[in-house]
Structure formats: structure tokens, C-alpha cells
Design a protein around this ligand. Structure first.
Ligand code: PEP
Ligand code: MN
Length: 286
């Protein structure tokens, strides 16, 4: 015994602050904005919107439609991490302005990707949530930069990251000063070629056991096929996910990015109705 020491807690996990060992209660992250959306509580969060912001009218149409159908957060890419440098790279700050306007018009908080340290101030100026994409999960300097920002962070799993590496990436953000981290399983690279990625839903119970951070699932990037999105969303909610991210477009065949995995406006509304029943069956709300 040592004077002034009540008890000694051995820290076993390498991700010390993200671990459930140091913080047994699940974290609830406040996305801010008028709707006071929280991720990690009883309500399952639905982040929906186009892969890329293509122009103002399409963003407004999609934003109002997803809000109407029950989405709780608007997504849309302004800075796009494209494999091919000759393909559409996003509208940049113009898209951020449109996202802020759509967020204001619908009351939905807005999530959008920040690709580099120099983009952090401008993205944080317009968006409610800073998204770190799968390709940047290992970009430790960027993780530390969003760790110093005053907005919550949506951290996507690197497509070849282990669970340990994923949680240590979250640790970088929290350790830099930002405790508001939402994890996102978005699929991993495997031998499978009938899907864009393999979507491991086992990440949900694994993260729940290891960490207090909320975890959401992105079946759009996780499968690459719009027809698979509703079933994988239902499975994710049943597995205990705190939220979902999906891509929705007013004209998927003509989308500038990720049309094949984008739901139509009607498809999204129908999926939301089906999801409410699944959420209720596992004691959640949507
Ligand atoms: C996206 O959400 O549009 C995106 C690029 O996702 P990911 O980083 O998971 O590929
Ligand atoms: Mn996309």
C-alpha cells in the first residue's frame, strides 16, 4: 500500500484511452447542430447522402429526401481520394459551402472527408464531423491534426488494418485532445472479387468488447453494390452497430462517383422503413 493511492489499475490494452478497461461506459458522441444528434445512444444514427457533392441542386434534392426518410446526418464528399488522378477529384471548398447550406436547410449535421492537414481548418469551418477515409487511417500526422480540432471525427478503418491498428489510430486522435471519435467499419481487402470489399460485421461486437467508442458500418463501400446495401444495413443494426453510413443519389446511373453502390431516393426511404423494425427488435430506435 502506498499513501494517496486508492487502487492500481493495470493497463493491458495498447490503446489506453480508447479501451473499455479505462472507460467501461460506452461513449456517446454529440454531432452538434440543431438536431442534437448523438451517436452511441439508443438511437441508431443514419448518415446518408451522395458519395460526392456534384452540384447544388442535386445535393439539396438528396439532402431533403434523406432527411424526410429519417436520416440523422448528411454525408457528401468535397475532397475525394480517387485512385485515378484523371477522375473527378471533388468540388473542394465550393462543395463545403453547399454542404453547410444543405445542413442549415435540413437541420442535419454534415460529415465530409478531410484528406490532408492543410484542409483541416476549412473542413472544420463548414462541417460538423471530420471524416478520415480508409486510405488515411495510417496517416498519423493527420490523425494528430484532427485530434486538435474542435469537431468530432469519423474514423474509417483502413482496408488492410487489423482491429488493433484501427483502435490505435483512434488512440492517436484522442491522445491529441479530441475524445469525440466514431469508428466506421467500411470493408477490407480480401480475395473476394464479387464485392468491392469484404464487410466484416464481426468488427462490431469486437469493438464493443474492446472499446467504449461507438462503431458504425458503411455497407456501400463495404460491398460496392446497391442491391446488397439494405441487407447488410439490417445485419449491422442487428449486430449492434451504433449507426450506418450509406450513399444516396437522385440518379445513380449518372453519378460522378460510386453510382453502383448508391441507393435511389425511393430505395433509401424503403430501406429506412425496414430498418426501423430491425432496430425495434434489438431494443434500438431509428
Ligand atoms: C467515402 O466515404 O466516400 C469514402 C471515400 O470512403 P472510404 O474512405 O471508406 O473509401
Ligand atoms: Mn463513395
Amino acid at each position: 500500500t502506498c499513501p494517496g493511492v486508492d487502487r492500481v489499475v493495470p493497463i493491458l490494452a495498447p490503446y489506453k484511452i480508447a479501451s473499455r478497461q479505462t472507460h467501461p461506459e460506452p461513449s456517446v458522441i454529440d454531432l452538434g447542430g440543431r438536431m442534437k444528434v448523438k451517436v452511441g445512444g439508443k438511437k441508431v444514427c443514419m448518415m446518408a447522402g451522395p458519395c460526392s457533392v456534384e452540384n447544388r441542386p442535386m445535393l439539396m434534392e438528396v439532402a431533403h429526401a434523406v432527411k424526410e426518410a429519417g436520416a440523422t446526418c448528411l454525408r457528401g464528399g468535397a475532397f475525394k481520394p480517387r485512385t485515378n488522378p484523371y477522375e473527378f477529384q471533388g468540388l473542394g471548398e465550393q462543395a463545403l459551402e453547399m454542404l453547410a447550406e444543405a445542413g442549415e436547410a435540413t437541420g442535419l449535421p454534415v460529415v465530409t472527408e478531410v484528406m490532408s492537414i492543410d484542409q483541416v481548418p476549412v473542413v472544420a469551418k463548414y462541417a460538423d464531423v471530420l471524416q478520415i477515409g480508409t486510405r488515411n487511417m495510417h496517416n498519423f500526422n493527420l490523425l494528430m491534426a484532427v485530434g486538435k480540432a474542435a469537431k468530432p471525427v469519423l474514423l474509417k478503418r483502413g482496408w488492410s488494418a487489423t482491429l488493433n491498428e484501427f483502435l490505435l489510430a483512434a488512440e492517436y486522435i484522442i491522445q491529441s485532445g479530441n475524445p469525440n471519435v466514431i469508428l466506421c467499419e467500411r470493408g477490407i481487402r480480401t480475395h473476394e472479387d464479387h464485392v468491392r470489399n469484404t464487410l466484416p460485421l464481426a468488427t462490431v461486437p469486437a469493438v464493443k468488447r474492446e472499446s467504449h467508442l461507438p462503431i458504425i458500418v458503411d455497407p456501400a463501400h463495404g460491398t460496392g453494390h446497391a442491391y446488397m446495401v439494405p441487407s447488410m444495413c439490417r445485419a449491422a443494426v442487428a449486430a449492434g452497430a451504433d449507426g450506418l453510413m450509406v450513399e444516396v443519389h437522385n440518379d445513380p446511373p449518372h453519378a460522378m462517383t460510386d453510382g453502383a453502390q448508391s441507393l435511389t431516393l425511393d430505395g433509401f426511404a424503403q430501406m429506412m422503413n425496414e430498418l426501423r423494425a430491425v432496430a425495434a427488435a434489438v431494443g434500438r430506435e431509428m
